[in-house]
Design a protein around this ligand. Structure first.
Ligand SMILES: [Fe+2]
Length: 323
């Protein structure tokens, strides 16, 4: 496969999309004129028949599709699961996905899958392991692969660098693309007290092919990446910041639980579209992109709710299982 940045130039511009979720599927499929493309969780469709297969076929007939997996477990010391890869390849061939993605994390150890996106020690050893596995994954699947920055709630012992350095080094060494989740950047910036714009400046943004936009829950101990609330303004600001600097090939809304009326989801999709169009104009005109916005909008409201560690675990599990 050629260098990833050359590959990226050949990828289609998908526009503004939405995650395909069972609970929203019928309304999603009825709104082709307002939603350009869909992302699906491959584990929900690999080798399955019945209602899942029918949903997949309806979606494929109407929309461009990409997958966003959970169980590749790219950071695990376990070897790649060849059976999983072969089922994933079959699905990607069936939907003719222009790219596919998974998370920069591990989800299994010693063959046991933990249904959670677990953070990695940010070490040179981990980078080498992941880069080698990413190259094998891209070689096996034969389509461009993107890694997503996850939300994390602890810094794993053994870490030798911060999250932006780790993401940057993995992407460069593996020569893969980025699925940049701007909500995860925002949530992490609050929980770990860093400047989210500086984070964006420190990663190879030009490798961004796809962007996730989502909502979160703000609590006393942590801000939790739930995908169960409306998107907040600072996350839209981060989206605009990125899109004024890079040509992403697809931006989408992730909504996985606590579903509102579908009109509210469509309104968020439309807002993402407006931001994307405004940013395109800035890039095409060659104007200077906006500088960092005021940091005060990123202060955490510790009184917002009383979510604690136990509830955080429940919310996170609900999200992964419903994805
Ligand atoms: Fe995401």
């Amino acid at each position: 496969m050629p260098d990833f940045l050359d590959t990226k130039k050949l990828l289609p511009n998908l526009g503004i999309g939405l995650g395909l979720r069972r609970e929203l599927a019928s309304q999603t499929l009825e709104n082709r004129s307002k939603i350009d493309w869909l992302e699906l969780v491959p584990e929900n469709y690999m080798g399955l028949g019945g209602a899942s297969r029918e949903r997949l076929e309806s979606a494929r007939d109407q929309f461009p599709l990409v997958t966003h997996g959970i169980n590749l477990s790219i950071g695990s010391t376990d070897d790649l699961n060849t059976e999983y890869l072969s089922k994933l390849k079959k699905l990607l061939d069936f939907i003719d996905a222009p790219w596919f993605s998974d998370h920069l994390c591990f989800t299994s150890l010693d063959g046991i899958y933990m249904h959670d996106l677990l953070p990695l020690p940010r070490s040179k050893e981990a980078i080498n392991l992941i880069a080698e596995k990413v190259k094998r994954v891209q070689g096996t699947i034969g389509r461009p692969f993107l890694l997503e920055n996850i939300s994390y709630y602890m810094n794993v012992p053994g870490s030798e660098m911060n999250d932006s350095q780790f993401l940057a080094e993995v992407a460069e060494k593996a020569d893969c693309g980025l699925l940049l989740d701007v909500n995860n950047v925002y949530v992490n910036s609050l929980n770990h007290e860093f400047d989210p714009f500086q984070y964006l400046d420190q990663i190879p943004l030009e490798r961004t092919v796809q962007i996730h936009v989502a909502g979160h829950k703000q609590g006393a101990d942590y801000v939790i990446d739930t995908h169960g609330s409306a998107v907040v303004e600072p996350v839209f600001e981060l989206l605009q910041y990125v899109l004024e600097r890079v040509d992403a090939k697809g931006v989408m809304l992730e909504r996985d639980q606590n579903f509102p009326a579908f009109e509210e989801i469509l309104a968020e999709v439309d807002k993402i579209r407006q931001i994307s169009q405004a940013a395109d104009q800035v890039r095409q005109a060659g104007s200077a992109p906006r500088a960092h916005s005021a940091v005060k909008t990123f202060e955490r409201d510790r009184k917002a709710s009383t979510i604690g560690r136990k509830e955080m675990a429940e919310v996170k599990h609900a999200r992964v299982l419903s994805a």
